[in-house]
Ligand binder design. Structure first.
Ligand code: ACO
Length: 379
């Protein structure tokens, strides 16, 4: 509602262009995601996560020397400050969800650092995996595992989590996932980070705010329910009756539909291919084939039940398959999303600091006017 003096309102800022960016472009009509000039299909399964982070932060792919230097700087920052580890131990006794533990611990990460945005950026990127892995183990009564400086970012995360070195195909699967989710236009958490840094605040504050935004089920998503649905279906011959019954009850099929994408989310294909390679290397394609069958049935039933809506597979559907294939439990899905997206949040902070203005929209007042003050005894 407007009071006539206010400009038109755009609820949820839908369609409002609030920043220029060189980081990523999302075209929901043709299903295109470009990350720093590369189609997600080109970058996703080729780059290491370190290469993608470097690309976003510095605008070009690193050469051999730049990459070695960048990796070395990340490696030296992986270990958590003692206070952060202590906090995680305390929080684990309260069985706090992993995203909350990540938010709390991330807020401690500028301990011992200078005020440099770049140093904070490196520390956050290097340490989010250490936090998530350490917290997960503490939550399950295990000792946290120290980072291994001989391993790259993705391999080190899986090793700290599982206590054993992952296979090459598992590392590739995780690298592809992290690259695929690293940036996605002005999504809610990225916007939150840009708002915070636009006040000339610091990168740690911006990332903590972004983690808080990512946690919400409308954003960080719930790939868990998509996976639960596949497990409940159990076998391809049950897919149609199960999904039809769900749609008849007016329920939504998890992992389908998207506010921006009106065709198949391009990230779904990149993740599906990465999952296929990983499951092939593991020698068991059963779950992968079930997921493909469920997807095909779901898309055709959605066209039947919701004609004209263009409800297609979204990123969450294959995220669930890929991360499950990596041995991650569903409560780790959103924290692992944060481990990838943090490089994007930081790139947006750098961009905002360089080119941006204070982000300060307006609101339309629709409350009362001319109220008269009543003393307490008269209310
Ligand atoms: N299953 C069944 N019906 C659906 C689905 C679905 N997955 N998604 C949308 N619809 C239907 C709605 O019921 C509605 O139908 P109606 O007009 O007959 O009432 C119509 O399509 C439009 O739905 P909206 O909610 O208005 O569409 P919106 O663009 O806001 O929704 C959303 C996008 C929230 C992702 C939705 O598609 C959804 O709930 N999907 C399932 C949950 C999911 O997969 N979430 C992860 C999204 S990806 C991400 O966040 C990273």
């Amino acid at each position: 509602m407007q009071n006539g003096t206010n400009p038109p309102i755009t609820p949820g800022l839908e369609g409002v262009v609030a920043a220029e960016t060189r980081l990523s472009s999302v075209n929901g009509q043709i299903g295109e995601l470009i990350i720093a000039g590369f189609a997600v299909e080109e970058l996703g399964n080729k780059a290491t996560f370190e290469e993608t982070a470097y690309l976003l932060w510095y605008g070009h792919l690193p050469d051999r020397h730049e990459l070695l230097d960048f990796k070395a700087r990340l490696v030296t920052l992986r270990t958590l400050p003692p206070a952060t580890l202590h906090l995680l131990k305390v929080v684990a006794t309260q069985k706090v969800p992993a995203m909350d533990a990540l938010r709390m611990a991330a807020g401690t990460l500028n301990l011992g650092l200078s005020n440099s945005h770049e140093e904070a950026a490196l520390a956050l990127t290097a340490r989010l995996p250490t936090i998530v892995a350490a917290y997960w183990r503490l939550l399950h009564g295990q000792e946290a595992i120290e980072p291994d400086p001989t391993l790259d970012h993705a391999a080190n995360y899986l090793t700290m989590l599982n206590g054993k070195r992952p296979s090459a195909s598992q590392v590739r699967g995780l690298e592809t996932y992290l690259n695929t989710v690293v940036d996605h236009g002005l999504n809610a958490s990225t916007f939150a980070a840009r708002v915070i840094i636009s006040t000339q605040s610091d990168v740690v504050s911006a990332v903590v705010g972004a983690i808080g935004a990512l946690k919400g089920p409308l954003h960080g998503g719930a790939p868990g329910p998509a996976l639960d649905m596949v497990f409940e279906i159990g076998s391809a011959d049950r897919a149609e009756s199960y999904l039809r019954a769900k749609l008849e009850r007016g329920e939504r099929l998890m992992g389908f539909g998207h506010r921006v994408y009106k065709v198949r989310d391009p990230r779904a294909e990149v993740l599906a291919q990465a999952a296929a390679q990983m499951f092939q290397a593991g020698g068991d394609m059963t779950l992968y084939e079930l997921v493909k069958a469920v997807e095909g049935t779901a898309v055709s039933l959605l066209a039947e039940y919701k004609p004209g809506r263009n409800l297609q597979t979204n990123v969450e559907f294959y995220t669930a398959l890929l991360l499950h294939g990596l041995g991650l439990e569903t409560d780790l899905f959103t924290p692992t999303f944060a481990i990838g997206r943090v490089a994007g949040w930081i790139a947006h902070c750098f961009e905002q600091v360089k080119y941006g203005r204070l982000i300060r929209p307006q609101s339309a007042y629709v409350g009362e006017r001319d109220r008269q003050w009543l003393p307490l005894q008269e209310r």
